[in-house]
Design a protein around this ligand. Structure first.
Ligand code: NAD
Length: 272
């Protein structure tokens, strides 16, 4: 283990991503599992984090408040819900901690609040922490520049498991933003999130979104560039939450060494 290995705490350790994150931190020789937080009043407070994650006893017990472990960690990883995440960001600002945020579904106002805190907190915020998706964003930028204004219609199709609470996915929206940005379009103006009934022919500048929610799909995204005579589809399929968790731990190691500011995975991965 490196001497500078950051001490990492994870919020929401009882959740799908929380459990996977515990596993990912344990597997990383350059990170220390320093704590895990469950919901206030949860019966899981006191449970061993490794046992919660199904990977064997670790000797670190879950707590139900950040205050309980304030002196024990350097970086917080938060994959929970927007309001919980913003409260945790305020805690990090007050106590000089860095944070990695994977939570999706933040409103514009919530994102503005996040930006305010990020002026004081080293913050990585990304709707998708997988290396593959972040490379895919780069490919999309290239494809959109080459095709988007040449008569190719652009549609984003995403599929997730039945428990997901926000739609379209944060990743699908990010893909839409990247494509729109490459074409000097505004996603708020050109994004089409619903088609039903007599909705008329397609506007050439539309960026359409379609959402599937079914079973245990971890996360699949396709961006289609279609014209008369051909269609290009750029697809990413996640088959395990471990890909997001490993990216988040990599982001935590990276942000532990950074000044305050809002960063994305392209910064962490050096893709810009
Ligand atoms: P989940 O519902 O399984 O887990 C959320 C957990 O947060 C729950 O266990 C809940 O008890 C816990 N929680 C809620 N309030 C809390 C509080 N005040 N303190 C401590 N814990 C609290 O959901 P999930 O599938 O793990 O997804 C969580 C979030 O991560 C979603 O927004 C999802 O879209 C996002 N996500 C992001 C990525 C990415 O790469 N950025 C990947 C997968 C999921």
């Amino acid at each position: 283990m490196s001497r500078t290995a950051p001490r990492i705490a994870i919020v929401g350790v009882a959740g799908r991503m929380g459990r996977t994150l515990v596993n990912a931190v344990m597997q990383d020789d350059d990170a220390v599992l320093a704590g895990g937080i469950v919901e206030p009043g949860s019966s899981l407070a006191g449970a061993d984090l490794g046992e919660l994650a199904g990977v064997g006893r670790q000797g670190v017990a879950a707590v139900d408040s950040l205050e309980a472990i304030v002196d024990d960690f350097d970086v917080l990883i938060d994959f929970t819900a927007p309001k919980v995440t913003l409260a945790n960001l305020a805690f990090c600002a007050e106590h000089g901690k860095a944070i990695v945020i994977g939570t999706t579904g933040l409103s514009d106002d919530e994102q503005a609040e996040l930006d305010g805190y990020a002026e004081r907190v080293p913050t990585v915020f990304a709707p998708n922490m997988s290396v593959g998706v972040n490379l895919t964003l780069k490919l999309l930028e290239t494809a959109a520049k080459a095709l988007g204004d040449e008569g190719y219609d652009i549609e984003v199709i995403e599929s997730h498991h039945r428990h997901k609470v926000d739609a379209p996915s944060g990743t699908a929206l990010r893909m839409g933003e990247v494509v729109a940005g490459a074409l000097d379009r505004n996603l708020k103006e050109h994004g089409v999130f619903e088609r039903v009934g007599q909705c008329g022919p397609r506007d050439p500048k539309e960026i359409g979104f379609a959402t599937v929610r079914a079973g245990d799909i971890v996360g699949e995204h396709t961006v289609m560039f279609a014209t008369e005579g051909e269609r290009i589809e750029i697809t990413h399929k996640a088959s395990s939450r471990m890909t997001f968790a490993r990216g988040a731990v990599r982001a935590a190691r990276w942000v532990a060494e950074r000044e305050a500011g809002r960063y994305g995975m392209s910064d962490v991965l050096g893709l810009d």
